[in-house]
Structures are given as structure tokens and as C-alpha cells.
Design a protein. Sequence first.
Lengths: 133, 487
Amino acid sequence: MKELKVQVNGLTKRVFAAKSGEKIWYHMDGDVHVWAPVSRKKKNRSSGATGAGDDVMAPMPGKITKVLVKVGDVVEIGQVVICMEAMKMEYNLKANVKGKVYKIPFAVGEQAMQDDLLVKIEPVVLAPAEEKK
Amino acid sequence: MKKIQRLAIANRGEVAVRIIRAAQEMGIETVLLHSEADAKTLAFREADQCICIGAADSKSSYLNIAAVIEGAKAAGADALHPGFGFLSENADFAEACENAGLEFVGPTPQSIRKLGDKISAKLIAKQAQVPTIPGYEGDDSDKEALLKEAKRTGFPLLIKASGGGGGRGLKIVQKEEEFFEALESAQREAEAGFGNSRVFLERYFEDAKHIEVQVFGDGKGHVVHLFERECSVQRRHQKIIEEAPSALLTMEQRLEIGEIAKRLAAFVSYRGAGTVEFLFSGGRFYFMEMNTRLQVEHTVTEMVLGVDLVKAQLLVAQGGAIPWLQQDLIPRGHAIECRLYAEDPYRGGVPSTGPILGLRFPHGHGRRFEYGMEEGDEITSYYDPMIAKLIVWDENRPRAIQKMLKVLDQTVVLGVRTNIPLLRAILEHNDFIEGSMTTQFMGRYFVDSLKEPEVSFPKEIASALSVEITKADAQNFEPNPWLGAWS
């Protein structure tokens, strides 16, 4: 960690900064910010038809405690599909889309890493007539 | 009196450091019993001797009774301090220590068994004329039978794991229809966490303060109380901010609750440090549970009374007397503790793991920092994500709040996200400033993630660090990948 005195808009700021890979973490005026260069492409986390976020991913490393759906089930937005335990707490993970469960790579008791795919959901494509309603 | 020569510490993080330092000051050698994941921590560096007792997973190390005892014996320890969490309230463990010739720094296994089990604790409280919360604490685990008892207790109610603590296996049920789902989840968490799925029911007070009393006994029937702490600021039943004294109790109420807590501890001839937790609602106190160990928030009591609870624990474990007289314990000023967690306040409080790239605490008068990690160490997903406890003392509550706000501004943690913005928002909230907050406070005002402030990356910092940035770069901050994924 480096300590810097920098002039920002005419004011002298005391800044603490550290680099991690391409990211820069810095503390200024009581807040911490993380900066990353634009050129770094964000990891594509989902291949779902409606774009990012269709699948349920592990937000942190943890153990799968309950799988509440099975392949082929149709899930609703907000439905709890899988539970995991991390850092002494149980977390209920919900579906972000309405769709059909396509894949569940983990079983109860298994350890998932951050960003692991937990439940793959194929979004239900609504019929045009249905969509209008 | 038998002086402890070598003390084993069966814990990790900041509490391990706290115990190591107290013991070393008393001329006691320290042995840290640690997991494979904890070699790169402050406690490892500070201890006189370190013994690895198992893999990172707590079950293989910090919760493994045989491994802990074996490690302590191998190191030639004659006493063991369990800290808090892990095995600290496990009667079988305390007994195993005794059988292995290790002085357990804590109450007797019998006390832990009687008071650690919430159901039997409640029965003892009733016998000791301590007011308790209405509920069901029978043996039945059948869901229909429990539903019947739930209806009798009344909604909203709490389902608690009989061996639980720190928010585990604890569910609030607002109405009858939610009962079975919550019960199943509570029983599952209880089974997974404590190997015992037994639960009990308790009426839930919507607007109550969490008030707890620090007690200390010599195991021979002599007990003192060290006044109260208030821990109403809780989220998912885990405390975030604690203070001493409570903001709103009158002196009569404080003395009353102190005496009630003392009565319970004296009733079982309690030995060492313990905490009696109460709900305070409508001007009345209701016994919740007793924690038969040192508490995370013991620091605020130490600050207002000028005592060292860990040293007192070691003295009493050696067979010594309680080092204070009741009449000498007079609180002065006000102390606040904030638990600094590695979590993302802008993304629903998701734990944040990774190496700590920068860590700096703004030391000063009345500022105390308890931590177990240093710059370069790593926050892993194996354990509780607490980075440090920030503690301040000042002459009165408004000044203590003022001081804490400054400390939060000046505390630097880089590499993992922290709850500092949330802590600041809490301290600036009107209910907190007034001191009127209840255990509903977090659920009422801080359910949603905080909004991340929009800032552009100052090119001055970039140039000071010799980093090339483009105009587009200057606007690009970390994306919020988990927004919306949490409820």
C-alpha cells in the first residue's frame, strides 16, 4: 500500500492506494474505490438467451446445503432454487428469470467456488401473444 | 493456587491475539493451536509456539476436540483458553480438557451443559426468579405438535436451535403459514451446525432492545456484575455495533438488571466470565440466554470500567479470587465497538475474500483496534469474515459516536470490500443518535444494499501511481455483478 498526497480540484488529498493485477484500490475522503481499466473485458458469465444473469452462480465459495429443483423443472423469477452455506450463514439463491432448469452441476454437500455455475436456466421464450398481455 | 505455565489457545483471529497478549503480559507462555489456513495470521506471529492441528475446514481443526486436545498435550500446555465461537461453549470439550489435565479457562462442564442448552437455561432462570420470555421449550420435534405450541405462544415467534448461537438455526416466523418452512430450515441448520436438530419456540418482541450483562464468578458462589452492554444493532441476529453503557436505561434499571444477572450466575456458582442476555421491552427485562464464555464485545465493558477480562479469566482459572469488588466497579464515559467485516455493503453484504492489500488503523487516545490480520494476509471463506473490531471510548456518548465516525473515515482496508460505509450510515442514523434503536433497527432501515457513490478515477492518482488511463477508463469502476441476485 502506498500513501500519496495528491492535488484533486485544487485540494490536497491524502490517498492510500494499492495495485492488484490491473485493478487499483484506493482510499480517499473516507471511502474506498476500485478502478479497473476499460480494456479489460469482463468475464462473460452467462450464455442465456436474454443476456447476463440467467443462470444462478455462486456469489462466494461455500457448501451446497439444499437443491430445491431438478433438471426439467420450470422455475419462476424469485423462486429459491438452491441453498448454500458460507461463512456460517445459510444463503437462499433465487432464479433471476422464468425458465427451465437445464443443468445442476453440484450435489448437496459439495463445495462450490465463487462464480461457479450452480443452476443453469434456459429462459422461457414467451409466445408473442402471451408477451402482449 | 496453581500458576498456569503454558496456555494453549484453541482459536484464531483477533481473539487469539487478545488472549496471547494478556497471557504473555502475565508471564505465561502461549501455544497457538491453528489450522492449515491460519499460518499467515497475526496470532501465528505473536504466539510463543504454534502447532497445526488440522485442515482449514473448522470441523477438521478448530471444532475437532481430539485434535485440539492432542495439540495442547503435545505442546506441554497446562491450561487451555477456548476464546469464543468454535468449542468455547462445548461442555464435552471442557470435560475432555479436564480429563487430559488441562485447566479449561471458562466455567465448569456442568455449568456449560446447564446454561449452554437454552432450554435448560430457561428453566434455571425461572428457578432463580429471573423473568423469562413466553414460549415452548419441551422435547417434541414433531412439526404438528410444534405448530400447536407455536399457536399457543403466539406470532410472531422465533424458532431457535437449542445448541445455537450467533444467529445460526434461528428463524423468525411472522405468521402461521410460514411456520413449517422455517421450522424445517431451522432444524436443518441446527443439525448441520451443532449435530442436534432440537429447537424451541419463543415469542418474538417486535420492538425490544438487546441488553446484556457481563458477569464474573469465582466458582465458589461469589459473583460480581460488570454492568450492561447494548447490542440492539443486529443483522440476521449477528451483532454489528455494541456499546456500554446502554443509551437509554436509567440508573435504577441498570442496577436492577445487574442484580438479576448476578442472581442467575450465583445460583449455579458460576466460574469465570459469562454474559446474561436480556430483551428489554416496555420497561421490562426478559431473560434470553446465557453465554458461558468471553464475548466478542467484551471490549466495551473493559473500556468503561478499566478492567482486563481476559486476565481476570486467567487469574480465576488459576484458582485466584475475582480481582475486583462490586463497589469498585463504576462505569465511566462511553464505549462503542464496530465490527469491521469483509463484505460488500453495495451488494447485499456478500462476504468479500482475498488478500488484504492495505490495512491501516488511525490510532489515538481512546481508540482501540483488535485484529488478527495484517497487510498481506488473506481473508478466506473458511471462517467468519471479521477483519477487526474498532473500539472507541470518550467521555460521553455523543463524543464517542463522533470519534467512531472519524475512526471509520480514517481506517483503510484495501483488497477486500468492507462494511465501513454501512457502519457510518448506522452511526449517523437518527434512531442510533437518539439511542432509541431496537433489534428491529437494521431490518427496518438497512435491508437494501447501500447505493455505491459514483466517482470518477482522479487522473492525479493515476499519474502519482504512473498508471496510464484514458477518458473512458476514468469512469469505469468495478461492475456490480451481484446486484439483483440477493434479496
